[in-house]
Write a protein of this length. Structure first.
Length: 62
């Protein structure tokens, strides 16, 4: 019985892919965080995300 299992090329490739996905996710998180900080917010003014919306039932699209 072997004491150390063989690491196959497929496993190494999977590990590289996982590391690359982790790095991509970190870059995306950093970009979202940076974009959040650059949004201009006016204190006491309307929220730009909610501009043009009104409460209650919405008119039909067609």
């Amino acid at each position: 019985m072997p004491t150390h299992p063989k690491i196959t090329a497929a496993k190494r490739q999977r590990e590289r892919d996982k590391a690359e996905r982790r790095k991509d996710k970190e870059l995306k998180r950093a970009a979202r965080k940076q974009a959040k900080q650059t949004v201009a917010r006016v204190e006491g003014g309307p929220d730009p995300d909610l501009a043009g919306m009104r409460p209650g039932p919405q008119p039909p699209l067609y």
